[in-house]
Write a protein that binds this ligand. Structure first.
Ligand SMILES: CC(=O)N[C@H]1[C@@H](OP(=O)(O)OP(=O)(O)OC[C@H]2O[C@@H](n3ccc(=O)[nH]c3=O)[C@H](O)[C@@H]2O)O[C@H](CO)[C@@H](O)[C@@H]1O
Ligand SMILES: C=C(OP(=O)(O)O)C(=O)O
Length: 438
């Protein structure tokens, strides 16, 4: 397997482009199933997860053309779901990526039926989909679980067709994916749907913007109550994916850990206000500038600050591992509490191999900053844990070798190129060379 090697100790300087958001692009692609007309998405990042969603949608019969951006900007995807050949999302494709379950709402709403493999647990937690299923049942769906598959059918109308109806869905706690699945289903349901305690993430607002361009009427996206007026059919649309706020936060923390001054091109500070505040408290300088966000750290290390993950607008769980890496070299201590996923501290033992001082007690980790990390071979089990080790490697003395690079490929578009261009000493070592050198 490929490895990434980071030779630490170099500050970062220059400009680093922020790609389109993975977690916005995936539901937007699934929304392509809602219409027979073409949907054009610009600023799509080049990621393994986008390739997985492409394979899944193609298997349903969606035609997808990709226009590569030669200048390193995002790709443009044109999706055409005119002829659907299957409403089944098979285990082999769904197991690769949990966001695959987002085809459930659109397939059920447009074709009256869908059979989607249960995504199963993953490294960061159990991650059930009960809220998605209960919500769809409120829109009239009959849902059963059989042989590891979700089988859902819309109610039959007197005319013989099958269509969901509007309804009121009150989520017991916030779920990004359930809010997205329900919004897409409701966009083709008869009447109005009200989602209470809905997720407020910027990716929800982006999806609402797309569904509105496609003809749905949506109020309240970005607040905890979203109202959707469904339509008989939706049209095609042209849409630009928002910048990736998690990638933005990750590279801001890279500057925090390595030092230096970098402009994150295309970043929108407004999408990560809580992160900007927390990093400001830690001593980083963050300033919106023409076309992006400037991040700088002087000669002094960052200061330890406490942090708790929360649904948006709180501090995102998808930046918890990176923040922990930053705090390992802070002056002072930091208490980090993870409230969204029950098993999202797998980077802790690996950071420990690099000399970090971290004690975990239930959902909290006490991080006591050390003056210097040391490079080590490390392994990670999920996307954000992997990148936290890259960040730690930027600050460590000597070489850090990160194995299982495929996790990074899921969510970081051209990571090695972007960091190298800012002066980091980082390389991707192909499998054969890595094996020969071991
Ligand atoms: C593709 C994508 O956008 N992924 C993001 C999305 O994941 P995802 O949409 O899967 O995350 P959710 O917001 O649904 O999960 C939040 C919590 O609710 C639980 N839950 C969720 C649904 C459900 O039916 N039942 C249930 O118990 C989950 O196990 C978790 O503990 O939001 C997460 C929380 O911000 C992020 O970490 C992921 O990067
Ligand atoms: C957890 C993540 O993604 P997913 O929900 O696709 O697993 C993530 O992006 O950090």
């Amino acid at each position: 397997m490929d490895q990434i090697r980071v030779h630490g100790g170099r500050p970062l300087h220059g400009r680093l482009p922020i790609s389109g958001a993975k977690n916005a692009a995936l539901p937007l692609m699934a929304a392509g199933l809602l219409t027979a007309e073409p949907l054009r998405l610009a600023n799509v990042p080049r990621l393994a997860d986008i390739a997985s969603m492409t394979s899944l949608l193609r298997q349903h019969g969606v035609r997808i053309e990709r226009l590569d951006a030669s200048d390193g900007a995002g790709d443009t995807l044109t999706l055409s779901a005119e002829e659907i050949v299957s409403t089944v999302a098979p285990y082999d494709l769904v197991r690769k990526m949990r966001a695959s379950v987002l085809v459930l709402g659109p397939l059920l709403a447009r074709f009256g039926e869908a059979t989607v493999s249960l995504p199963g647990g993953c490294a960061i937690g159990n991650r059930p989909v009960d809220l998605h299923l209960k919500g769809l049942a409120e829109l009239g769906a009959e849902v059963e679980i059989e042989n590891g598959y979700i089988k859902a059918g819309a109610p039959r109308s007197p005319g013989g067709g099958r269509r969901l109806h509007g309804g009121r869905v009150a989520f017991p706690f916030v779920s990004v994916g359930a809010t997205e699945n329900l919004m897409m289903a409701a966009a083709l349901a008869g009447g109005e749907t009200e989602l209470v305690n809905a997720a407020r993430e910027p990716e929800i607002v982006d999806l609402a913007r797309l569904l509105t361009s496609m003809g749905a009427t949506i109020e309240g996206a970005g607040t905890d109550t979203v109202r959707i007026q469904g339509r008989e059919s939706l049209s095609g649309a042209v849409h630009r994916v928002i910048p990736d706020r998690i990638e933005t936060g990750t590279y801001a923390m890279a500057v925090g850990i390595a030092g230096g001054e970098v402009v994150l091109d295309g970043a929108e500070a407004g999408l990560i206000a809580s992160v900007v505040d927390t990093l400001g408290d830690a001593g980083l300088r963050l300033e919106p500038v023409e076309g992006g966000l400037l991040v700088a750290r002087g000669a002094d290390p960052v200061i330890g600050v406490d942090m708790m993950t929360e649904p948006y607008p709180g501090f995102p769980t998808d930046l918890q591992a990176q923040f922990m890496a930053l705090m390992t070299v802070a002056k002072g201590a930091s208490m980090i509490t993870e409230t969204i996923f029950e098993n999202r501290f797998m980077h802790v033992p690996e950071l420990g191999r690099m000399g970090a001082n971290i004690n975990v007690h239930h959902a909290s980790a006490m991080v006591r900053g050390v003056p210097q990390l040391t490079g080590a071979p490390v392994m990670a089990t999920d996307l954000r844990a992997s990148v936290s080790l890259v960040l730690a490697g930027l600050a460590a003395s000597g070489t850090t070798t990160i194995n299982r690079v495929y996790h990074l490929d899921r969510g970081y578009d051209r990571l090695v190129d972007k960091l190298s261009a800012c002066g980091a000493h980082i390389e991707r070592v192909p499998t054969e060379r890595a094996a020969a050198e071991e």
